[in-house]
Write a protein that binds this ligand. Structure first.
Ligand code: SF4
Ligand code: SF4
Length: 276
């Protein structure tokens, strides 16, 4: 089969299996960009890798907006299971076609305690997705995509096939509106004047994750909720929503029953171990 036809068939399979986004990243991009340390690169993890197939699934905005909530936690768990299944099925599909493949699951760390000891997963899907042309990295350190902004979760399949690379996304999607930094409850994101991507205080963000894990309402994701980028916003028609996000903390501190936030507060209150 011609490589272009094979490439289309693989993308078709991934989409049929549930991927909203699919892109091909050639391993050379990790080398030429030189940002990811050598031991975290795909060929260091599986030496036969020629292409990383990166797949993304969107996170519905109305649930993300309720964070931190049990509903958001359940969404996170559901998407994670689906992503791992997608990667497993794609790996076996490639194997059935006669091509070596393996995958890296969507997270890849055992617990937040392990994350504190070794701060990071053995492989990063965000950089893989950037190298697969799915988006680029914003001030918040999240991958921003045209379709979902940062409200997308990712998984990667490594294959020995040299597939036609998808072009890198040249235009920055981040508009540096600073909503992510302003709304971060731990002040973990700091704007930089000299570059688009902000300073990221990983221990502070981890502290938030630990607090939310104790109350079983993880992950935080406020920086993904408030980002105005993404065509998914068109589905929900929310004029003035960023202003609403920006005043949320202050408004709820003054009145936890503020009617403007009642639906999110309802989802946070019921079913939670420590109702808000
Ligand atoms: S996940 Fe939460 S704590 Fe971490 S950077 Fe984003 S908003 Fe801040
Ligand atoms: S919220 Fe604004 S500054 Fe933050 S990543 Fe999104 S567009 Fe960039």
């Amino acid at each position: 089969m011609e490589i272009q036809d094979l490439s289309q068939n693989i993308k078709g399979f991934c989409r049929e299996a549930g991927a909203d986004l699919v892109g091909f990243a050639p391993v050379e991009r990790w080398v030429t960009e030189g940002i990811v340390p050598d031991e975290f690169r795909p060929q260091s993890i599986w030496e036969h890798t020629r292409t990383v197939i990166v797949m993304g699934m969107g996170m519905p905005l109305p649930i993300v907006e309720s964070t931190p909530s049990v509903l958001h936690m359940e969404l996170y768990k559901t998407v994670n299971i689906k992503l791992d299944g997608l990667a497993y099925d794609t790996t076996r599909y490639l194997n059935r076609l006669g091509h070596g493949a393996t995958f890296f699951s969507r997270d890849g760390y055992n617990s937040l305690k392990a994350f504190r000891k070794w701060p990071g997963a053995p492989f990063g899907h965000v950089m893989a997705a950037k190298y697969a042309g799915l988006g680029n990295i914003g001030l918040s350190h999240c991958l921003l995509t045209p379709e979902f902004g940062p409200r997308v979760r990712l998984v990667s399949v490594f294959t020995a096939l040299a597939l036609p690379p998808d072009p890198l996304m040249e235009k920055d999607l981040c508009i540096k509106c600073e909503a992510c930094a302003k709304c971060c409850p731990k002040d973990a994101l700091r704007v930089r004047d000299d570059c688009l991507i902000g300073d990221y205080n990983k221990p502070a963000c981890l502290e938030m994750a630990e607090e939310l894990t104790k109350s079983r309402t993880y992950p935080c994701g406020i920086c993904t909720k408030v980002c105005p980028i993404g065509q998914d916003r068109k589905l929900y028609k929310q004029p003035g929503i960023v202003k609403k996000y920006l005043r949320e903390k202050e408004a709820l501190a003054a009145d936890p029953q503020d009617p403007a936030y009642s639906s999110w507060q309802h989802l946070r209150r019921y079913g939670a171990r420590e109702p808000r």
